[in-house]
Design a protein. Sequence first.
Length: 135
Amino acid sequence: MNKIEHIGIAVNELSRANAIYERLLGVAPYKTELVEGEGVATSFFQCGESKIELLEATRPDSPIAKFIEKRGEGIHHIAFAVADIKAELERLKANGFVILNETPKEGADNKWVAFLHPKHTSGVLVELCQERNNK
């Protein structure tokens, strides 16, 4: 794993959360995106070398809607940048981690993504990210 790529934060209302984070970080989001397959609208803020991703559910059966219903708004996941997501998934699987999606899928911000089960990472949902043009 190369670095923390971003921290994902589940929010009820993206426009309201964007205004909060604009005031907090002193910058506007550099990108907003709809990821229809996951039922989520996202916005990204650059914060030094890392990013903050705000996630709003666009349908009631989405993972973000379920997360907010169960836990409320807050940190949803920590994402790590990797050079080779398939190799990293194999390494982690060999080390006993449970992979939630063994085949990387298209995520926001031009990334291939895969997730590790939080029961095996001290209760934290971990996302692996690789730039799509590097796969």
